[in-house]
Structures are given as C-alpha cells and as structure tokens.
Design a protein around this ligand. Structure first.
Ligand SMILES: [Zn+2]
Length: 198
C-alpha cells in the first residue's frame, strides 16, 4: 500500500552511529546497507521534521558488560564511536535526541528511559509541531527501533517502521515484526512512500 508523505509527517532515524556499524564496538550486521535508503528517504520525501537519535553513554554505563550489563562498551559520549555515521546525509536533520546519558539507566526508546518514567523530551517536541505520523528507520530493529516505535504507538502517534531501512541484531526479525504489528505499529517499505510530483 503506498503512503503519500506530507510535511506533517516526521522521520526518526534511530542510532545510525559509528559503533553500531561494521567496524564499531557493537556492530549490527549489514547496518551500513541501510545508509543509502535512509539518505534517499531524507532527500526524496517532504518530511519537515527529521530527527536523529544517539546513544550517548558515560564510560561506566550500566548497560556495559563491565557494569554487569549485556553489551560491550559503545557510543561513549564525545568519542568518535558515538558520532553519527559520516556517510549519513544530515542536511535535513533538524533535531538530535540523545539517550542513555545517566550512568545507572539505559534507554532503548527515544521517548522514555527503560525506567518507563524519565522522558527525553521528544514527545513534547513532536506534539508542539502537531506531527501526525511517525516513520522509523535505523538501528537496531529488535532493540532501539522497535522500543521507540512501540512507545510512539503507546503515546498515540500513528507509527510506521520502514522495514528495508532498519536491521536487527538477531538474525530472525519475525518476533520483532510480530510484536510491532500486534501493538498496532504499521510496517512499510521505502518504495511505498511517495510524494506528489512538483
Ligand atoms: Zn546503548
């Protein structure tokens, strides 16, 4: 089903950071393959709001293995690994949301920390702009992308994940897709997002 994108729609590019790409400390397999489709989305479609999120952790963050967490150190604030990919076209990105800044708390979602209480401010930003629909892409499908899309749905936004512009850490994305669709998040593809010709 094709969807006509208008300036009322927002694109949210999740965690396209050096450490999550091949060569980084927590690489998502083929994560670099989604850079061209994401660049095409920002260049081709009339989103007036394009948000990029970043994991932005202290060096002793709770999610790191040395602190008893599940992940190798990644996206340490101010280090090159925390930068957005230099291949990502940032020209039209008008908002950056950083998450996971507190040592003792992680945040998979760009809306609310994993404590389900502490907000990042993204909800108010989008409501202030009267954004109606949110489109999600980026890394990783089964963690930050899906948690962010699920929170968006829960907050009442019409939410779409662009399936070809995201990649998962797990080799099986079926459980993630199932969880999203069960919650009312729509799955779409880049080629189904269209704009009116000039
Ligand atoms: Zn993290």
């Amino acid at each position: 089903m094709t969807l006509l994108i208008t300036p009322k729609d927002a694109l949210i590019i999740v965690d396209m950071q050096v450490d999550f790409l091949p060569g980084g400390t927590l690489p998502v397999e083929n994560g670099d393959h989604i850079i061209p489709p994401i660049n095409a989305l920002t260049q081709r479609l009339p989103f007036s709001t394009i948000i990029a999120t970043q994991d932005w952790h202290p060096h002793d963050h709770v999610s790191f293995e040395a602190s008893g967490g599940p992940w190798p150190p990644h996206c340490i604030a101010g280090t090159p690994g925390a930068n957005l990919s230099p291949d990502l076209d940032q020209t039209r990105i008008n908002c950056l949301i950083r998450k996971g800044l507190e040592r003792g708390r992680d945040s998979y979602s760009a809306f609310v920390d994993n404590d389900q209480v502490t907000e990042t401010g993204l909800t108010g930003f989008l409501r202030g702009l009267k954004t109606e629909r949110l489109f999600f892409c980026g890394l990783a499908y089964d963690f930050c992308v899906s948690h962010t899309a699920l929170d968006a749905r829960w907050l009442g936004f019409e939410s779409y994940v662009i399936d070809d512009a995201t990649r998962a850490i797990s080799s099986d994305s079926y459980p993630t897709r199932h969880r999203l669709t069960q919650a009312g998040v729509h799955l779409t593809r880049s080629r189904d997002l269209i704009t009116l010709p000039d």
